[in-house]
Design a protein around this ligand. Structure first.
Ligand code: HEM
Length: 504
């Protein structure tokens, strides 16, 4: 009897697998790739992981802009993937309330805590209103511009001058990383750690941020049970994640403690000029008393929002401009024409001056279209729904939309969608062509649109004009720009360039 029982077990298992296989075949009506037994479509993704964004762009072009990706059996790796602007518009705006970040997202992005990026419903609304009210204050805007202006003038330009004099190759992405890190520390914490210095020493916090972000990307491409076991055993990418989070938490909590101590010495009216505008101070002085956990999560989220995104955008912009000399010439021509920069030394431009540079604005939009700093986003459906493309969504379905593929979607951008052409942004009247945010998606769309969009353009234009006016940036021969595997689209090996002084 017992023997018969043992013999029957494999048969039952085989039958179960067979039925499950056909059940998946029936459910997955728009497969993006071949759905292999047990492993699903994962092997093809892993094989192409080093070029994941281009891989999805190609597949969505071949298959049609919306389709299903199924992971290994019994894992939570099944996604509906889309780059169709109409579907994205539906999820981000028209039926916004049905598409949330969801518990799975919070699990994967656990390092973000309960901050604005991971929050839904009331918690998100509270964070959003709070940040919005802080960002829109005139005093904050003035403080932000002054901080960036000073850092470009006293940090970025002197460093590039030093590098230029030495004639050595420099990693421009590393320079931008340090620049944005100093800025975000000044803006959020009210103190500048001066990471942008000529010795280019390693900055533990910066490294920790990068490692946490890479680990989050990794959690998207391996089954949950695998990264959970790795976390339990503290090995591989998960070990890095734990260590990175520890470093980051120590850093942020120490700043919160010292800020509390600093503030306890003053009452509000006694606060000096320098104290009342950084975001941590503003959060601590808010009517509602925020605990340390809330402040830690707010600081972490603001760091990711304002640091890597700008670094990524500047790095790809400079690579595109350096490899497209005609665009570089047109940017310089516009500066000469509109600001008379031929004769005089430029320094750092004011907000009013950078706003007049339309071609430069187009070139930055074009860089963000081709290389959106946040290359993909994910949503989870609360109840079942039908997307405008006709694809059915069930309650709990996870949807990935590729901002990277959307920037290269032929139906939106035309046959030349892979070319870097700032001209596509310039209207006949010489203004900027309006493209709805659900098509030009780099800053997200709908109620969760990026809160730092306007200030990002100002910051990027200040940096771009200050550098391009003074220096020629040349990418070293043989350098290949490869996207990193992270939730922010950085360059895997940095951007290796040579800087020379431009003749005025
Ligand atoms: C080139 C620069 C930037 C780009 C491309 C960018 C892009 C984005 C994107 C795609 C999102 C949506 C993310 C998601 O929901 O998963 C977002 C949200 C956000 N961004 Fe930015 N961002 C940039 C700079 C900034 C800066 C400098 C700040 C301010 C410090 C900022 C603050 C925020 C905030 C607070 C949110 C959350 C909005 C919400 O969920 O309601 N961003 N950004």
């Amino acid at each position: 009897m017992a023997f018969h029982g043992y013999a029957a077990a494999p048969t039952i298992a085989a039958l179960f697998c067979f039925l499950y296989f056909f059940h998946r075949r029936l459910c997955c009506r728009h497969p993006l790739l071949t759905d292999y037994p047990i492993l699903g479509m994962l092997p093809q993704l892993l094989f192409n992981l080093w070029r994941a964004h281009d891989f999805f762009t190609e597949i969505l072009k071949r298959h049609g802009p919306t389709g299903e990706f199924t992971g290994p059996w019994f894992t939570s790796m099944d996604y509906l993937v889309t780059c169709d602007p109409i579907n994205v518009h539906h999820m981000l705006s028209k039926n916004f309330h049905n598409y949330v970040k969801g518990p799975e997202f919070r699990h994967i992005f656990q390092a973000f805590g309960d901050g604005i990026f991971t929050a839904d419903f009331e918690a998100w609304k509270y964070n959003r209103d709070l940040f919005h009210s802080l960002f829109k204050q005139k005093s904050f805007e003035v403080f932000l511009v002054k901080t960036i202006h000073n850092k470009v003038h006293n940090g970025l330009l002197p460093i590039l001058d030093h590098v230029q004099q030495q004639g050595r190759v420099v990693d421009l992405q590393d320079v931008f990383n340090r620049f944005t890190f100093d800025n975000i520390c000044s803006i959020v914490l009210g103190n500048d750690p001066n990471c942008l210095s000529i010795d280019f020493s390693e900055v533990a916090i910066e490294k920790a941020f990068n490692e946490a972000e890479e680990s989050i990307f990794y959690r998207h491409v391996v089954p949950r049970c695998v990264w959970k076991i790795q976390r339990w055993l503290q090995i591989g990418q998960e070990k890095k994640m734990t260590e990175a989070c520890k470093t980051l938490d120590q850093f942020i909590h120490a700043r919160i403690a010292s800020k509390r101590e600093e503030l306890s010495k003053y009452n509000e009216n006694e606060m000096g000029e320098a104290h009342h505008v950084d975001l941590l101070t503003a959060l601590m002085r808010e009517g509602k008393a925020h605990d340390d956990k809330f402040l830690r999560d707010a600081v972490f989220n603001l760091f990711v929002a304002g640091r890597d995104t700008i670094t990524s955008a500047l790095t790809w912009f400079f690579w595109l401009v350096a490899t497209n000399p005609s665009v570089e010439a047109k940017i310089l021509e516009e500066m000469k024409e509109k600001l008379g920069t031929k004769e005089k030394s430029l320094g750092v431009l004011s907000v009013e001056e950078v706003k007049r540079l339309v071609y430069l604005h187009g070139a930055i939009c074009e860089a963000l279209r081709l290389f959106p700093p946040i290359p993909f986003e994910r949503k989870q459906a609360i109840s079942s729904d039908m997307l405008p493309s006709g694809h059915r969504v069930n309650s709990g379905t996870m949807i990935l939309f590729s901002l990277y593929a959307m920037g290269r979607f032929e139906e939106t951008w035309g046959k030349d969608c892979f070319e870097f052409k700032p001209e596509r942004w310039i209207s006949e009247k010489g203004g900027i062509v309006y493209v709805p945010s659900y098509k030009f998606i780099a800053f997200n769309a709908g109620p969760r649109t990026c809160l730092g969009k306007d200030s990002s353009f100002i910051q990027m234009k200040m940096v771009a004009t200050a550098i391009l006016h003074k220096y020629r940036v040349q990418v070293v021969e043989g350098f290949v720009a490869t996207p990193s595997l992270s939730i922010v689209l950085l360059m895997k090996d940095g951007l290796k360039v040579q800087i020379t002084k431009r003749e005025l």
